[in-house]
Design a protein around this ligand. Structure first.
Ligand SMILES: C[S@@+](CC[C@H](N)C(=O)[O-])C[C@H]1O[C@@H](n2cnc3c(N)ncnc32)[C@H](O)[C@@H]1O
Length: 239
């Protein structure tokens, strides 16, 4: 069941990006079809039933399309046995720095989507509102360590007790795998239209200790899939 289900889910979730042209569509398809973290979010229910989700550095909104498609398939009675309950979001808000990504999101979801809103902004400055879950997938290392720390503090303050913060970072203590991961990241970021970025990566132990000091219960898991990367997912719940 789950292979066929995932294939249908990837088709369904990526199809809305056709409206934004070939790049938007193939980016979403590649991400959703091959990046393990998206499957993991659903099968393990990592957003914990949150209805209000805030995605910082959301890009064109691939995560939101994934959650919506999953929700719709579950409503039609399709959901793999043994998976955590399907998401049930009523408010999916993204904040993204790049106008081109926000425009692709607008083309995919429309300007007045009842659930999804992707705003142009800097996550280190935008108001966070009152989410029940916050996600930052592969975006924290674009800001310097002081701004990372300030943002983590604001995320913790915005979340209620039991609220979830889910992120993925590159573990700077992972040796050669980290250097491969970092090099690929720079090339992809440059290709996406940014200047060649300075990346602010830190060792996993440092991320964990910052998050625990803020009052999160933290667990981590390698999330590189089959690639020789040092991508680590941190799942944090407010104690
Ligand atoms: C590697 S992409 C990941 C996009 C998305 N999270 C995903 O998984 O498809 C990182 C994203 O973070 C965005 N970003 C970087 N710095 C940001 C900031 N200060 N505020 C908002 N977005 C930012 C980039 O423009 C880019 O779209």
């Amino acid at each position: 069941m789950s292979h066929a289900f995932i294939r249908d889910l990837v088709d369904h979730a990526s199809s809305r990006f056709r409206a934004g042209g070939p790049f938007a569509y193939h980016y979403a398809r590649g991400k959703l079809g091959h990046d393990t973290i998206f499957h993991h979010v659903l099968s393990h229910g990592l957003l914990g039933g949150a209805t209000r989700v805030l995605d910082l550095g959301s890009g064109q909104g691939s995560l939101f399309s994934w959650l919506l498609a999953a929700q719709q398939m579950a409503e039609r009675g399709h959901w793999p046995a043994g998976w955590a309950p399907a998401p049930r979001a009523t408010e999916l808000r993204g904040i993204e720095l790049m106008p081109a990504d926000v425009e692709r999101a607008r083309q995919a979801f429309g300007a007045d989507h009842p659930v999804v809103r992707i705003e142009l902004g800097d996550m280190t400055e935008s108001a966070l509102g009152q989410p029940e879950a916050v996600t930052i997938l592969d975006a924290l290392h674009y800001v310097d360590v002081d701004r990372q720390r300030a943002l983590l503090r604001r995320i913790r303050e915005a979340l209620p007790r039991g609220g979830v913060f889910l992120t993925r970072i590159g573990d700077a203590s992972a040796g050669w795998r980290f250097h491969v991961c970092n090099g690929v990241d720079k090339v992809v970021t440059f290709a996406r239209g940014h200047r060649l970025p300075r990346l602010h990566c830190r060792p996993l132990a440092e991320w964990r200790s910052d998050l625990e000091a803020l009052g999160f219960e933290v667990s981590h898991r390698d999330m590189s899939g089959r690639k020789p990367f040092a991508n680590v997912m941190l799942h944090c719940r407010v104690r």
